[in-house]
Design a protein around this ligand. Structure first.
Ligand SMILES: Cc1cc2nc3c(=O)[nH]c(=O)nc-3n(C[C@H](O)[C@H](O)[C@H](O)COP(=O)(O)OP(=O)(O)OC[C@H]3O[C@@H](n4cnc5c(N)ncnc54)[C@H](O)[C@@H]3O)c2cc1C
Length: 447
């Protein structure tokens, strides 16, 4: 076996963001990495069936962008050359909370606002260049292959999409990155193991998205307009330029707890008009629609607590949305897949990864972002769940911080860094930030 290699073949189930990022680090440690997907992923330049959420606004957070650039040096330049206009996460995006723009400044954190298909395409192209990575496409993943006593996973069973040609792919390690519909909990039960305990936060969210050619320039030099949902104004939106087009935009409207943005054009416009930020409706009012509105429903955030299991088959790992699917309005999912891929790299450095220690480690990475997004969701009165004192105090403080940030770009910066997963949420509580929040609460218009 070549130096540094720990196995002959690893099979990655799912060739989307988490699978691609994992393949990047697995390729350093296995002679062969096989990415299996039901879609013809390598041909995909636009939307694809296996990732229906890819039709809707997707931005990778600052930390995720940093990891992408570190893992695939030059990828930012590639995307820029392909027409994506980068900018600053603070100064070049118009963030609104409760109808008020938080004061812009300069964060030094790079925002690369590609659509999901464009981002995934560039990551995939980089992975395709890795010589020991192959894509097995147009295959449905049926299940796992195991040893007779079910203590060890030895591969995966796959079938061609036309229903023929079932085969078993033997592997030294199998990684499940099939997204939130992952079958690993069911496979574990069939094999005589416990399913992972699940935490769910029902948010009843929907995104409805439409594309337009504009007849005005509402963005100017800015990259995006983002009225974020808050308990007082639960309707939100992502409005941003399509890569390579100065006059075309993607608009995703978001509504929670069943208040879904309609898919009929009149209803879609009326929803946009009801946002606490008039500039989005004003921009689309006379714009030329390029397609019909399309909806994606997201009933609940789901965290599968694999780290709480005491028994788990050897040679099987799970990551990405298959482990934890975050409420997308906080845009954490792809960045978390990137962070988990680095944890995988660290475990691979010590030999064949052990599942439970790996789950405990990524569980620690998931803790803060999950607390941030699930905690924020519990700020919406209609979301079921236990509102601990910590959650209530945290939400009350963040609401005050957002109000203070309308006057104070240093607080905007602190918020963008925490939301972008660059700093832990605890950084918002640093004495200097608390002092600023307090000062603006007492003197609301000071800087
Ligand atoms: C509306 C919406 C907006 C979002 N916006 C953002 C955002 O702005 N920023 C952000 O970071 N995240 C966002 N997310 C989350 C992000 O999309 C996910 O975190 C990310 O896609 C997770 O990647 P993944 O590889 O784990 O799973 P997925 O992207 O779901 O990929 C799973 C892959 O597995 C394949 N697959 C599944 N089952 C099988 C099977 N049985 N056989 C063969 N192949 C199979 C699929 O074809 C697919 O390619 C958003 C999510 C939604 C729903």
């Amino acid at each position: 076996m070549p130096k540094g290699h720990i196995g002959d073949r690893v099979v990655v189930l799912g060739g989307s963001m988490a699978g691609l990022l994992a393949a990047r680090v697995l390729a350093d440690r296995f002679a062969e990495v096989v990415l299996v997907d039901r879609d013809a992923v390598t041909e995909a330049k636009g939307y694809r069936r296996g990732v229906p959420h890819g039709r809707h606004a997707h931005g990778i957070m600052a930390k995720g962008q940093q990891i992408l650039e570190a893992q695939f040096p030059g990828i930012t330049a590639d995307m820029t050359a392909a027409g994506v206009r980068p900018g600053d996460f603070n100064g070049d995006i118009r963030w609104y909370f409760n109808g008020k723009r938080i004061r812009p400044g300069h964060s030094g954190l790079l925002c690369v606002p590609a659509t999901r298909p464009v981002l995934e395409y560039h990551v995939r192209e980089r992975v395709r260049r890795i010589p020991n990575v192959t894509f097995l496409e147009g295959r449905d993943i049926l299940g796992l292959a195991t040893t007779a006593d079910n203590t060890r996973v030895s591969g995966a069973r796959v079938r061609e999409r036309d229903g023929t040609g079932v085969e078993t792919l033997h592997a030294d390690l199998v990684l499940d990155t099939t997204g939130r519909g992952s079958r690993t909990p069911a496979w574990l039960a069939e094999m005589g193991y416990a399913r992972p305990p699940e935490e769910r936060v029902k948010v009843g969210l929907a995104y409805t998205t439409r594309h337009y050619r504009l007849d005005c320039d509402p963005l100017g030099s800015d990259l995006a307009i983002v009225p974020a949902p808050t308990p007082a104004f639960p309707r939100g939106a992502f409005f941003y330029q399509l890569p390579g087009h100065t006059d075309r935009i993607e608009l995703s409207l978001t509504g929670m707890l069943g208040d879904h943005p309609p898919t009929d054009p009149e209803g879609f416009h009326a929803f946009a008009k009801s946002l606490p930020v008039p500039e989005i409706y004003q921009a689309i009012r006379t714009a030329e629609p390029l397609d019909d509105p399309v909806m994606f429903q997201y009933p609940a955030s789901v965290r599968r607590r694999y780290e709480r299991l005491t028994r788990f088959p050897d040679r099987l790992l799970v990551m990405g949305d298959a482990a934890c699917s975050f409420n997308p309005i906080y845009a954490q999912g792809m960045t978390m897949a990137a962070i988990e891929s680095l944890k995988l790299r660290d475990h691979l450095a010590h030999g064949m990864p052990q599942a439970l220690p790996f789950f405990r480690d990524i569980g620690r990475d998931i803790d803060n972002p999950w607390a941030l997004s699930a905690g924020a969701d519990l700020g919406f009165p209609g979301v079921d769940g236990k509102r601990t004192l910590k959650v209530r105090l945290g939400n009350a403080y963040v609401a005050r911080l957002q109000r203070a940030a309308v006057h104070d770009s240093a607080l905007t910066d602190a918020f963008i860094r925490a939301a972008g997963l660059v700093d832990p949420p605890q950084a918002l509580m640093r004495p200097a930030n608390m002092l600023r929040v307090f000062r603006h609460s007492v003197l609301p218009t000071s800087n």
